[in-house]
Design a protein around this ligand. Sequence first.
Ligand SMILES: C[S@@+](CC[C@H](N)C(=O)[O-])C[C@H]1O[C@@H](n2cnc3c(N)ncnc32)[C@H](O)[C@@H]1O
Length: 263
Amino acid sequence: MKKIISRSNSTRVFGKEYALSYDYFYQDKDYEKECDFIESIFKKFSGNVKTILDLGSGTGGHALILAKRGYYVMGVDRSKEMLEIAKSKAKKENLSIEFIHGNITDIDLHQKFDAIISMFAVISYQTTNSALAGGCKVASKHLVSDGLFLFDCWNGSAVLTEKPTVRVKKVELKDNKKIIRFTDPILNTMNHTVETRFKIWKIENDHLIDETNESHFMRFFFPQEIRYFLEIAGFSEVEFCPFLELEKTLTEHDWNMAVIARR
Ligand SMILES: C[S@@+](CC[C@H](N)C(=O)[O-])C[C@H]1O[C@@H](n2cnc3c(N)ncnc32)[C@H](O)[C@@H]1O
C-alpha cells in the first residue's frame, strides 16, 4: 500500500486544501433556491435592492448567481484561497464582481449598499461578543438607511435540543478519486460553541494520498442576543424565521435560522 503523501493540520480555517474541496462538498447545496429566498426577502422587506455586499462570500456561491440576476455585488472574505476560487469562477463566467480580502468584523469599504447578506453560518464563525458586535457594526455602516441585513446562523435552541453529531460525507470524483470528510463536533454549552473538527481524506485508486485537519469553532446564537447586538449597531427592525421558510415561525427544531434586520 502507498504511503500517505501529504498530511496537514491547519491552524487556519478555510485553508488551501479545505477551500479546494469546498465546492465538491457543497455541490448539492441549492444556491439558486437560496438566492430565490434572498430575493423573496428583498421583495417583502424592501422592494428596491440593486446593490449587495456579501460578507464571508467564500467561493462565491451566492455572489455569482445574484450578479447573473442583475445585482451589483461585492464580496468580502478573509480566506485568500476561497477568494481565489470565487474570482476565477467569476472570470470564467465573465461577471464583474469585486472580491475583497478582509475581515468582516472591522472592514471599511467606504461605500454603502442596499442590502448585505452573510450566508451559510458566516456569523456563527464570529465566536466572541466583540467579533459579533464588529460584524453588526460593519453591516450597519455599509447600509443605506432602510437597508437590509440578512444572514443565517446556528439557532442555539435547536443546537441544544438536537445536539451536533458525528458525520461522514463522501464525494466520488472522476479518475477513480474520491474525497471523504469526517466531522467530529465537540459541544461547549457554556461558551455557546461547537468545535467542529474536520478531517478530509483524498483517496486515489483506493490509496490515501492526502489528509487535512481543520478545527472550525462555531457559535450558536439565541434570537434575543442577536436582536440586542443588532439594535446596538443601529438596526431598528429584526425578524427571525427558519432558513428558507419565510412564512414559518422559528422553533427549537430549526438548526439554521434566518435573521432579517432593517437599518
Ligand atoms: C461556510 S463558508 C460560507 C461561504 C459562502 N457564504 C457560502 O455560502 O458558500 C464561511 C466563510 O466565511 C468566511 N469568514 C468567516 N469569518 C470571517 C471573517 N471574520 N471575515 C471574513 N470572512 C470570514 C470564511 O473564510 C468562509 O469563506
